[in-house]
Ligand binder design. Structure first.
Ligand SMILES: C[S@@+](CC[C@H](N)C(=O)[O-])C[C@H]1O[C@@H](n2cnc3c(N)ncnc32)[C@H](O)[C@@H]1O
Length: 265
């Protein structure tokens, strides 16, 4: 029996199970298995689901938070509504879209016109747990896809961590390869427990692993105060000789796949 056949067979099995249980994706089982092991989501929680389309993880998060909880899903693609969740359409790295999420937290969160989580004027609700299955559009070139994905994960961390309550948890998919130690080390500066986990439902895709970060510290540890996760990833990549020092690149540049490319005018 070839490895490829076995992997395809496993994926089909999870797909069939997802269909029979009413989940939109087989990935739903990945979050279910993460939840079974770590119990990150509790009844009544406020959850952010990053890269939520078509809504498999959102469905699982809604089940776990129950009628008093709320899940906010965000994705570039439109998803059919999920009862108990509010879906935001947009790019999580785009400041306008980030503003919409901040507005939701600040204004109070409504589902079907009901104000579920009224907040005082000067109060902003914080997420209890953030889950991210985000994945960029894949090019098929593994090294490049893995690098782009890592940078995306760093951006998601940097935007969402200030919105996560102290003691809260963060789960993200990462692809094995260059630089992941940089992200893991940066996470360890901000959470008291960080570990990799490979749910059974994702073992057929050997390159992906989930980083489970628990108990967010009230402040990053000393060495990381004032730096972002994206900066710490860069420092790690520079120290490994994977990218050149920032100063030696063109000033106004963006990175793509660990290669700095000049911004288009
Ligand atoms: C593997 S899918 C998520 C599947 C989902 N967890 C489920 O079970 O239904 C990854 C998603 O990340 C989204 N994505 C990629 N880049 C994004 C970005 N910058 N902002 C928001 N979503 C993004 C993609 O559109 C895609 O839908």
């Amino acid at each position: 029996m070839s490895k490829r056949w076995f992997q395809a067979h496993q994926r089909d099995t999870w797909r069939r199970q997802a269909r029979s249980k009413g989940y939109r994706t087989r990935s739903a089982f990945k979050l279910k298995q993460i939840q079974e092991k770590f119990l990150l989501i509790r009844e009544g929680d406020l959850i952010l689901d990053v890269g939520s389309h078509p809504g498999g993880w959102t469905q699982v998060a809604v089940e776990e938070t129950g009628p008093n909880g709320l899940v906010i899903g965000i994705d570039l693609l439109t998803s059919a509504p999920v009862e108990g969740a509010q879906m935001v359409l947009g790019d999580v790295t785009d400041p306008n879209c980030q503003e919409s999420i901040l507005d939701l937290l600040h204004e109070g969160l409504k589902v079907d016109g009901t104000n579920l989580h009224p907040v005082a004027d000067d109060e902003t609700r914080m997420f209890n747990t953030i889950v991210s299955d985000i994945s960029p559009r894949l090019t098929g070139q593994y090294d490049r896809d893995q690098a782009i994905s890592l940078e995306l994960v760093a951006m998601v961390f940097d935007f969402t961590l200030p919105l996560l309550a102290p003691g809260g948890a963060f789960v993200t998919k990462i692809f094995q390869g260059t630089g992941i130690e940089g992200i893991i080390n940066a996470a360890k500066q901000r959470f008291s427990r960080v570990q990799r986990f490979s749910p059974e439902a994702s073992r057929s895709s050997s390159s992906e692993v989930f980083l489970v970060c628990r108990n967010k510290l009230p402040h990053p540890k000393k060495g990381s105060r004032g730096t972002s996760i994206a900066q710490e990833l860069d420092i790690h990549l520079e120290s490994e000789g994977i990218i050149q020092q920032k100063d030696s690149g063109p000033r106004d540049s963006v990175k793509s796949g660990f290669r700095r490319i000049p911004k288009k005018e």
